[in-house]
Write a protein that binds this ligand. Structure first.
Ligand SMILES: NC(=O)C1=CN([C@@H]2O[C@H](COP(=O)(O)OP(=O)(O)OC[C@H]3O[C@@H](n4cnc5c(N)ncnc54)[C@H](O)[C@@H]3O)[C@@H](O)[C@H]2O)C=CC1
Ligand SMILES: O=C(O)C(=O)COP(=O)(O)O
Length: 526
């Protein structure tokens, strides 16, 4: 596996990748889009920070890419839609730089309040000016925190230590949670009107871009101070420039810019603006931590294991990984199996989860079932990231039903596929010894261990059929490893599930199909 590291990521933190002998890690920084496109097909994984943009063109050219790792939080430099469509997992490291970004914000707020950078520059010019740099205290000022996620909350907590009055806005934080956090939550307009300092801790989204603009600045107190240590563009830069010039905004502390590197940004010409070159996450501790987290996640994706910090597929907690782990393989098997016994285009799949499993978010299992279902037709172009989109694009309706109560088994997954009036069902479970079993096919009960090569033979329930089928297979040199027969009534249609050692020659299948008493033969390759 080859891993391309496009931005400077703390090498020690990448230990998990370096220690794995199957990994080859290449560092190439500051490449242009064209340069990355030229080498992208050689790589299975790409790692970035915020500088390198992983565009659709790069993703489309990266024919072997399985995972994009972001050593940090914001993934706005990665075309997530393009990655999802290509089945590429995007993972980030959401926790490792929280404190670094928090402390940077607090540092910027103090520096802004007390004009520290401006005074320092004057001193550098050998000017001892104490009058020009009189600042304000944080105590008793109101800090409006927009975005009460990991960083916003930590900022709020520290601001309280400065005896600030902290108010917050986050549409995803309800009243109950705000009481727990001990932050007065208000709507955005109220926050703008109430705050002496406003700090944003938001992801870059369509909704948050330009959230602070001429109109919203007009709602703020005269002399407000604004901080952005989140993402360039959340504050409309020209609007901020004008508001500072007009004296409405007293000052701003900016770590992130719409266009980075921000060398020629007009905001940098204003003495009221203090700025850093996107340093929020730049501490030794944070860089080690995000590198470590992302390396571990990337390794897991490359090894086909579930991950916690996937951005474009449901992330799985450790508890869920423990709970779902054994069922992931079974889900894929069920999907693959049923796709191969269905000879009509599938219009609908109903997935019934019964038992303890039903308590959990089972999107991962559903995606894996869909991946299995589509694989026989679409091969490697489908995986558990893009499977739901691919299924939707192919007009397959997916229904998920969960029922906790169940007799006989701890858990049961039952699939029912439908198309052109044909219906098939298949159920499987995991036994307490960890073994996967198929326990029902087209309403016939069974107890079959799924194996790589299998034959499904509906036949007439009469004496001699097992020998008959065995003979045909023997004639074509097909060795039978195991066989099971299910039936609903004596003398009716029975179903034979045969495990064989290898794939079956077409002639053998044809010979079986035309044999007396055999209604159909399906070869299933898992
Ligand atoms: N300057 C730097 O170096 C760093 C910048 N960041 C930026 O900070 C952002 C926040 O990071 P975390 O707190 O770790 O993320 P987080 O995901 O824990 O928090 C983001 C919060 O924003 C809220 N939110 C989303 N849309 C919103 C909206 N329209 N209005 C109000 N709230 C909204 C979410 O509910 C969530 O609570 C990241 O997205 C990243 O862009 C993060 C780390 C370092
Ligand atoms: O984690 C984030 O979102 C950041 O903005 C940090 O960016 P960086 O990795 O320092 O380029």
């Amino acid at each position: 596996m080859r891993v391309l590291v496009c931005d400077p990521i703390e090498q020690e933190g990448l230990e998990a990748l370096y220690e794995d002998p199957t990994m080859e890690i290449v560092h190439k920084y500051k490449s242009t889009e064209e340069e990355i496109i030229a080498i992208a097909p050689e790589y299975d994984a790409i790692l970035v920070r915020s500088a390198t943009k992983i565009t659709k063109a790069i993703i489309d050219s990266a024919t072997n890419l399985k995972v994009i790792g972001r050593a940090g939080v914001g993934v706005d430099n990665i075309d997530l839609d393009a990655a999802t469509l290509k089945g590429i997992v995007v993972v980030n490291a959401p926790d490792g730089n929280t404190i670094a970004a928090t402390e940077h914000t607090i540092g910027m707020m103090l520096a802004l309040a007390r004009n520290i950078p401006q005074a320092y520059f004057k001193l550098q010019e050998k000017v001892w000016d104490r009058k020009a740099f009189t600042g304000v205290e944080l105590r008793n000022k109101t800090l409006g925190v927009v975005g009460l996620g990991k960083i916003g909350r930590q900022v709020a907590q520290r601001a309280k230590a400065f005896q600030m009055n902290v108010v917050g806005y986050d549409p995803y934080v309800n009243k109950e949670r705000s009481v727990e956090l001990d932050i007065e939550v208000m709507d955005l307009k109220e926050l703008f009107a109430a705050s002496d300092f406003i700090t944003v801790h938001l992801p870059k989204t369509e909704e948050t871009m330009g959230m602070i603009n001429a109109e919203t600045i007009a709602m703020m107190k005269d002399g407000v101070r604004i901080l952005n240590c989140a993402r360039g563009g959340i504050i409309d830069e020209p609007a901020l420039y004008d508001a500072i010039k007009a004296g409405k905004v007293k000052g701003a502390a900016i770590d992130v810019f719409l266009k980075e590197p921000a060398i020629d940004n007009p905001l940098l010409e204003l003495p009221e603006v203090i700025a850093t070159p996107h340093l929020g996450a730049s501490t030794e501790e944070a860089q080690f931590s995000v590198a470590k987290d992302v390396a571990e996640e990337v390794l897991k994706v490359l090894k086909g294991e579930p991950v916690k910090n996937a951005v474009n597929i449901p992330s799985i907690s450790q508890e869920l990984i423990n709970e779902l782990g054994p069922y992931i393989g079974l889900s894929e098997t069920l999907g693959k199996f049923i796709a191969q016994i269905m000879d009509k285009p599938i219009e609908k799949i109903k997935i019934n989860y019964n038992g303890n499993l039903a308590k959990y978010d089972l999107t991962t299992l559903t995606n894996t079932i869909l991946k299995g279902l589509l694989r026989p037709v679409l091969a490697d172009s489908v995986n558990y990231v893009n499977a739901p989109i691919v299924a939707k694009n192919r007009g397959i309706k997916v229904e998920e039903i969960k029922t906790e109560s169940l007799k006989n088994y701890a858990n049961l997954i039952t699939l029912e596929v439908e198309g052109s009036g044909v219906v098939h069902n298949l159920a499987g479970t995991i036994f307490s010894n960890g073994e996967a079993k198929l326990v029902q096919l087209d309403n016939y009960s069974m107890d079959t261990t799924p194996t790589k090569h299998m034959l499904i033979v509906p036949h007439n329930d009469k004496p001699g059929m097992i020998g008959h089928i065995g003979n045909i297979l023997g004639k074509y040199d097909v060795n039978v490893a195991g066989m099971q027969v299910g039936r609903k009534e004596i003398g009716g249609v029975a179903i034979m599930i045969i495990s064989i050692d290898h794939s079956v020659p077409t002639e053998a299948l044809e010979a079986m199909c035309t044999a007396e008493g055999i209604f159909d033969v399906r070869y299933v390759c898992l």
